[in-house]
Design a protein around this ligand. Structure first.
Ligand code: NAD
Ligand code: ZN
Length: 244
């Protein structure tokens, strides 16, 4: 049975599991530690107030890691899908790495921010960066302390209006490599379903999204790279048959 049809408007939500095959650890690997750090220390505004130096060190390390990893099969399969679907493709990522862009995805938003952006705690200006930052960097405009442009626990994610609009309009919602435990992304499946979309979860862990079982139409319990390659292959055959 075909999960995807050429008429579909597809919204995809990706999480840390999509970058796992590139070698970036997921959030919940090692019992709730992200790369051996306490979430409260490195991913909350309170942690940043307590110890900005530690937070900067953590994100500098994450940024350095970006130059050592490459997009994987899952990222490239999503690029293929976008080429076929065009404007009917929209990707929401919770990931702060840049692997989707490096693979070639164009229609995407980073709801939890980006490692290669930093923001001023004084004037809110956002700056692009490529390299490791100096110790406790300051804004060139107002001299206030700069912070990673990352949505920490307790903060509001980016692009929420646009995300809600696409969830209302989509006919197929796919959640890939995400645990379904981080609010509000975890609820997107329920929202899409309530507006009439079919829903698919791709995750090697069959217990994922347990709280949303009634909202899941299809579940593929495989790693993202394998599952997406198969899905895109199947879809490209039906797509070719339609345009021939
Ligand atoms: P999570 O760590 O809570 O869940 C990851 C999920 O990926 C798990 O359900 C796991 O079963 C699944 N998974 C593991 N390997 C997989 C594979 N090969 N294919 C498919 N799925 C696989 O991650 P989350 O739900 O994205 O939430 C964590 C938050 O932490 C994110 O919002 C993000 O901001 C941040 N984070 C980002 C990165 C990154 O940018 N690469 C990495 C870690 C954490
Ligand atoms: Zn400033």
């Amino acid at each position: 049975m075909l999960l995807l049809s050429p008429e579909d408007r597809v919204v995809i939500l990706t999480g840390a599991g999509v970058s796992a095959e590139s070698g970036i650890k997921t959030f919940r690997d090692c019992d709730g530690l992200w790369e051996k750090h306490n979430i409260e220390d490195v991913a909350t505004p309170e942690g940043f107030s307590r110890n900005p130096r530690l937070v900067w060190k953590f994100y500098n390390e994450r940024r350095t890691q970006l130059y050592k990893v490459k997009p994987n099969l899952a990222h490239t399969a999503l690029v293929e899908l976008e080429k076929m679907l065009g404007d009917s493709f929209f990707l929401i990522t919770q990931n702060v790495d840049n692997l989707h862009e490096r693979a070639g995805t164009q229609r995407l938003v980073h709801m939890h921010g980006e490692l290669l952006k930093i923001r001023c705690t004084g004037c809110d200006r956002v700056f692009h960066i490529e390299t490791k930052q100096p110790d406790l960097p300051r804004c060139s405009e107002c001299q206030a302390l700069l912070r990673p442009h990352i949505v920490w626990f307790g903060e509001i994610p980016f692009h929420m209006d646009c995300i809600h609009l696409t969830l209302k309009k989509c006919s197929l919602f796919i959640a890939i490599g995400t645990s379904g435990q981080v609010h509000p992304a975890s609820q997107f499946i329920q929202i899409a379903k309530s507006f009439g979309a079919r829903t698919l979860v791709i995750n090697p862990d069959p217990d994922t999204y347990k709280a949303y079982t009634k909202d899941i139409d299809y579940f593929i319990a495989k790693p993202a790279g394998d599952a997406l390659s198969e899905l895109v292959q199947e879809y490209s055959e039906s797509f070719a048959a339609k345009i021939c």
